[in-house]
Write a protein of this length. Structure first.
Length: 138
């Protein structure tokens, strides 16, 4: 017997990961170009676990933290700033990117949420979506 999804109150969301061709990055004014220059900036960090909104620490995060790794990031100042380095709070969201996302939503004939909430994701094993760690040291 098929489910009556309307009766269940099922709501489905779609999460799309795609780099947009905008004039600058989402949280700062850095250009969205792939630098071909050799890195001139090196940052070493030991990432630490933080509590979730519910006050819990993910056991996988704790496992990675206990390895005691130092993560080395290499960057080019042309495409990296203090926001990218997590040394400055994110700037106002790139409105061009928001407009593109809302256009895609309309093309999918989807209904966007009333509010936009962003969260910067830091993956404790060093595999951030930005900064691209080039080596991991034990």
């Amino acid at each position: 017997m098929p489910f009556d999804y309307s009766a269940l109150g099922l709501r489905v969301g779609l999460e799309v990961h795609r780099q947009l061709d905008t004039s600058h990055k989402l949280f700062c004014d850095c250009p969205t170009i792939l630098s071909t220059k050799p890195p001139t900036l090196t940052i070493e960090r030991r990432l630490r676990p933080t509590q979730s909104e519910l006050g819990q620490i993910d056991p996988t995060v704790l496992f990675e933290f206990r390895k005691g790794r130092t993560i080395r990031y290499e960057a080019d100042p042309e495409t990296t700033d203090l926001v990218e380095l997590d040394e400055e709070p994110p700037h106002r969201l790139n409105e061009e990117a928001i407009d593109i996302a809302l256009t895609i939503t309309a093309l999918f004939d989807a209904r966007p949420m009333d509010e936009i909430h962003v969260m910067r994701k830091v993956v404790i094993d060093g595999s951030n979506t930005t900064g691209f760690p080039l080596s991991t040291e034990s």
